[in-house]
Design a protein. Structure first.
Lengths: 317, 270
C-alpha cells in the first residue's frame, strides 16, 4: 500500500505543479497589468508603478513564480493587495466554515445513501418501490442550489422555522449552529446521497444473488442477519470509493451552496475575490482546491484497498 | 440510430416533450413575450402575479414572464454554441489519443489535470481573469464537456478497431483515415448522442451555478441563472421571480436527463 502511495505521488505532484503554473500564467489574460486593473482605469501612474513594485511584478517571471509557490507551501501568503487583510487568516477562517458544511453534508450523504440503497435493494412491494424510484429520480434531477432555494422558501419564509442564511459555528453553540447548518447541509448532501444510494443498490443486489447467501439462508440464518452481516459488508468497498469521489463533488458544490445560504466559507471568499479583482487570493485558492481534490482521491483509493483485499493497488486498480 | 425507439419509452417521451416545449417557448420568445425583456414599468416593482404580468414583476419593474422566455432563449443559445464545440474538441482529442502511444499518455495526463479541477473553480479562475459573462460561461461549458467525450471516443475507437470488419477494410486496402471516418466513427455515434444530451443538461445546470456566484451572464441580458441570482434577495417578497426560472431550469435538466437515460437504455438493448 505504501508503495502504491509512493508511485502515485509523482503524478499527483506533477498535476499540482502544472496547475500552479497555469494559474500563475492566467494573469497574462488580464487587459493590462494586475496593478492597473486593481486600481482602476483612472489611477495615478505613479500609484500603479508603486503597487506593481510591491507585487513584485517588475521582477523576472521565474522569480515571481518561485516566491509565490514557496508561500503556498509554507503558508506565508502575504496580504491582499485589495483589502490589505492577511490572506492566510482569511482563508483559515473560511476553510473552517467550508469544512463544517462539507462534513455535515457528507453525513447527510452517507445516511441518505445507506437508507436509499438498502431500501431500494430490499423493498419488494411495487408501490413503495415505485415511490422510492420516483423520489430518487426527482432528487437526482434537481440541482443542489435549486433544492437549497426551495428549502429556504419552505422552511425560512413560508414556515419560519430556520434562518434563511448565515452561520453560527457549530462548535461554539451546537443548538444554534445546527439551525444554520441544517438546510445547506441537506441541500448539498441529498443529491450525492441518491447517487451513493444507486451504487449501493446495485452492489447489494449483486451480493444478494450470490450463492454463498443461499448457503446462509439454507443453514437458517435470518434474512436480517444475511443482509447486515454478509451482504452489506461485501457490498460496501466500491461504494466507499464512490463516496470518496462525492467528497470532491461536495467541496465543489459547497462553493455554490454557500452563495445561496450566505455561508461565510471559501466559496464566498472566492466569489468576493473575483468581484474585487483580488487575484492573489484566487490563485492561492485554486491551487489549494486542486491539492485537496487530489488528496481526497488518493485517500479514497487507499480506503477501498484496505477494505477489499482483492484490490491490488500495484496493478491496474 | 436508435433514437426513435427511445422516444417510445414513457420517460423518453416525457423528457423529449418537456425539452421540446421549453426550447420552442425560448426560440419564440420575441413573439410570445408580452413585454420587451428590459422594459421597466415605473411603479410596478416586485408585484405578484396578475392578468397583466402572469408571473409578476421583478425588483426593477420588469415582466418576469418576458424575461423568462428570453432567459430560456439565452440558455438555448449557449447549449447550441458550447455543447457541439465541446464535443468536437473532445472527439478530436480522443482520436488523437488513439494515433500514438505517446499521444495517448499525454492526452490522459491533460485530461487528469482537468478532472482534478472542480468545474466551478475553473469558472472562478476564468471569471477573475477574463471577466464574468457570456464568453466565460461558454468556455467553462466547453472545457467541462471535453474529458468525458474524449475518453468515450478513445474507448469506442480502440474497441471498434479490433473488430473483424475493420481488419477486412484494411485488407482491401482502405486508408487509416478512411476506416476511421467511414467505419469506426459512425459506430460510436450512438454513445456520443447520449453524451451530447447529458452535456446539454450539464450546461443548463452550470449556467445557473456560475450565475449564482456572479460569474455568469451579466445584466441586463436575461438568463435563467441570472434571474435566480437577482431574484434571490427578494425571495420573501416576490417568489415567482425565482420560482419561475427555477421550474424551467429544473424542467430542462430533468427532461434532458430522462431523454438521455431513455437513449442509453435503447442503446443497451441494441
Amino acid at each position: 500500500m505504501l508503495s502504491y502511495f509512493i508511485r502515485r505521488l509523482p503524478t499527483a505532484a506533477l498535476t499540482v505543479i502544472l496547475t500552479s503554473v497555469v494559474v500563475f500564467l492566467l494573469v497574462g489574460l488580464l487587459p493590462g497589468s494586475p496593478a492597473s486593473v486593481i486600481l482602476g482605469e483612472q489611477a495615478d501612474p505613479a500609484a500603479v508603478a508603486a503597487l506593481e513594485e510591491r507585487m513584485g511584478l517588475d521582477r523576472p517571471l521565474l522569480w515571481q513564480y518561485t516566491d509565490w509557490a514557496r508561500g503556498l507551501i509554507t503558508g506565508d501568503l502575504g496580504a491582499s493587495y485589495v483589502s490589505g487583510a492577511p490572506i492566510a487568516e482569511t482563508l483559515g477562517v473560511a476553510a473552517g466554515a467550508t469544512v463544517e458544511l462539507a462534513l455535515a453534508s457528507l453525513v447527510v450523504t452517507a445516511v441518505t445513501g445507506a437508507a436509499f440503497g438498502i431500501a431500494a435493494a430490499t423493498v419488494r412491494r411495487r408501490v413503495p418501490q415505485a415511490l422510492l424510484r420516483g423520489a430518487s429520480a426527482l432528487i437526482f434531477g434537481v440541482p443542489e442550489y435549486v433544492l437549497g432555494i426551495l428549502l429556504i422558501l419552505a422552511f425560512a419564509i413560508t414556515v419560519r422555522l430556520l434562518p434563511a442564511g448565515g452561520r453560527e459555528p457549530l462548535l461554539a453553540d451546537p443548538g444554534i449552529g445546527i439551525q444554520y447548518l441544517a438546510m445547506p447541509a441537506i441541500a448539498l448532501g441529498l443529491h450525492s446521497g441518491v447517487v451513493v444510494g444507486r451504487f449501493l443498490e446495485t452492489e447489494l443486489r449483486g451480493q444478494l444473488e450470490e450463492e454463498y447467501l443461499d448457503t446462509a439462508h439454507a443453514k437458517g440464518v435470518s434474512a436480517r442477519r444475511v443482509l447486515w452481516r454478509h451482504a452489506l459488508p461485501n457490498a460496501l468497498p466500491p461504494v466507499i470509493t464512490v463516496l470518496g469521489v462525492r467528497v470532491g463533488h461536495l467541496l465543489g458544490g459547497a462553493v455554490v451552496i454557500e452563495a445561496v445560504f450566505a455561508w461565510p466559507g471559501l466559496g464566498q471568499v472566492l466569489a468576493n475575490a473575483v468581484a474585487n479583482h483580488d487575484y492573489l487570493i484566487i490563485q492561492d485558492l485554486v491551487v489549494y482546491f486542486v491539492v485537496v481534490f487530489i488528496a481526497v482521491q488518493l485517500v479514497s483509493d487507499l480506503i477501498h484497498a484496505s477494505l477489499d483485499p482483492r484490490v491490488r493497488l500495484d496493478g491496474e486498480a | 440510430m436508435r433514437t426513435p425507439r427511445a422516444l417510445r419509452s414513457p420517460g423518453g417521451a416525457a423528457g423529449a416533450a418537456t425539452v421540446l416545449v421549453l426550447v420552442a417557448a425560448g426560440l419564440l420568445a420575441p413573439w410570445l413575450s408580452p413585454y420587451a425583456p428590459d422594459f421597466q414599468q415605473t411603479g410596478a416593482v416586485l408585484r405578484g402575479p396578475s392578468a397583466g404580468h402572469w408571473f409578476g414583476t421583478d425588483d426593477l419593474g420588469r415582466d418576469v414572464l418576458s424575461r423568462l422566455l428570453y432567459g430560456i432563449r439565452q440558455d438555448v443559445i449557449i447549449i447550441v454554441l458550447a455543447v457541439p464545440l465541446s464535443k468536437a474538441i473532445g472527439i478530436a482529442i480522443g482520436l488523437l489519443a488513439t494515433t500514438h502511444k505517446a499521444a495517448d499518455v499525454l492526452v490522459q495526463r491533460v485530461l487528469d489535470l482537468k478532472l482534478a479541477f472542480p468545474t466551478v473553480i475553473l469558472g472562478a479562475a476564468l471569471a477573475a481573469f477574463l471577466g464574468p459573462g457570456f464568453s466565460t460561461v461558454l468556455i467553462v461549458i466547453v472545457i467541462s464537456g471535453i474529458p468525458v467525450t474524449a475518453r468515450l471516443t478513445r474507448t469506442a475507437v480502440l474497441t471498434e478497431r479490433e473488430r473483424g470488419y475493420v481488419t477486412g477494410a484494411r485488407v482491401v486496402g482502405a486508408s487509416r483515415t478512411a476506416i476511421l471516418v467511414t467505419h469506426i466513427l459512425p459506430n460510436a455515434v450512438d454513445a456520443l448522442v447520449v453524451n451530447f444530451v447529458m452535456s446539454a443538461a450539464g450546461a443548463v445546470f452550470l449556467e445557473g451555478a456560475l450565475s449564482l456566484l456572479g460569474f455568469g451572464i451579466q445584466p441586463p441580458a436575461p438568463s435563467l441563472g441570472g434571474m435566480i441570482e437577482k431574484g434571490l434577495p427578494y425571495l420573501a417578497e416576490q417568489h415567482w421571480g425565482v420560482l419561475a426560472p427555477i421550474a424551467v431550469l429544473t424542467g430542462l435538466v430533468i427532461g434532458l436527463n430522462l431523454l438521455g437515460d431513455a437513449l442509453n437504455a435503447a442503446l443497451r438493448r441494441g
